[in-house]
Design a protein around this ligand. Sequence first.
Ligand code: SAM
Length: 374
Amino acid sequence: MFFLYQFYTMSKTLSIVRVPESTNNSLRAWSAADELLIHQLEETDTAPLVIYNDSFGYLSSHAAPRKTFAALDAKSQVKATLENFSNNSISGDHFEAVSLLEPLSEKVEIGLLKTPKSLEMFELFLSHFVKNSNKDATLYCGFMTRNFTKQLLEIGAEYFDEVEQSLSKKKARVLILRKPKVVSEKTMINSIEFGESEIKQYYGVFSSHHIDYATQFLIENLEPPEVVKSVLDLASGNGIIAKEVQKLFPDADIALVDDSQLAIESSKLNVKGENVSFFHNNNLEDIPSNSLDYVVSNPPFHVEYEIDISLPLRLFRAVEKKLVNEGKFQLVANSHLNYKPHLEKIFKRVSVVFDNDKFVVYSCYKRWDKNQEW
Ligand SMILES: C[S@@+](CC[C@H](N)C(=O)[O-])C[C@H]1O[C@@H](n2cnc3c(N)ncnc32)[C@H](O)[C@@H]1O
């Protein structure tokens, strides 16, 4: 079995692509750090493994047919992985997508981790691995050398007895963490005070220690339409924008959509009510067309270290389809992104309601009636 596995992995030439596609052709679906991780995997035996933060399924595809748990926070990561399996005729029988908030069905000996930008997310991954692995287990963490910070070593040493770094290859390295420690249970939830409210969020969720300043500008500049029965907080994070809109329209139906499971689980801690629905998804397929009066968002434009403008533009096009004819979309963005010309191609009318040297708040209308004020 071991030799068969070695043969299988060494002879594989896979074509892994970004899903959904990006308009920026310079962005790749994997990095030299992922290649180093697969090289490490090939040196180990066939024990089951757990993979963290595999953006487009490069690691899980190369791990086939070895039993693989993929602890993926983002729905987009799961979808991309399955699509890359299909493109490469990988059955996926070896693969099980699991939640970071639940235990694995069996203990593992090996883990591969694509080091995230957020150190708190890194810690959450390490904590999950330590709870779900045997005492001799090893976790390999791949990173690009330019993203190294010594806090990775410090956090590693909190959870493992042995911390070592590989040599650098193609500007990437692997942090090798051996012998998980027995650590006391830690609640990986931050608390943020905002006005009268206390907002809770899991480690790794956007803006971990204060409400994001752009989000605050949007909240201060909310200008909802007159009639609001249905609201969407798109890319809702901890749910703070939905929570503020709910104060204005307590009887409205409120939907929150976010790609991150940790974000959606955080928003459930903050936004309560019978008329509130949560969707862990990376698009708006759960929302009926022509159903929303008001959409609010501080939309994503990063995937980890990369800026990818095709991500928000795809979401904006979906918003236009989900709004009722009189519906309105308000969003905040960093000024340098210059969304106005893009938004004007999608919506009938776009106005700037707030603007400083850092952020812009836009109002977008699906239809335009000359009697409407703006
Ligand atoms: C800039 S943060 C805003 C979070 C929150 N609304 C706030 O203001 O604090 C963007 C959020 O978009 C989410 N996200 C990224 N890609 C997404 C997608 N395709 N669909 C939905 N949410 C997405 C991220 O998980 C993140 O929570």
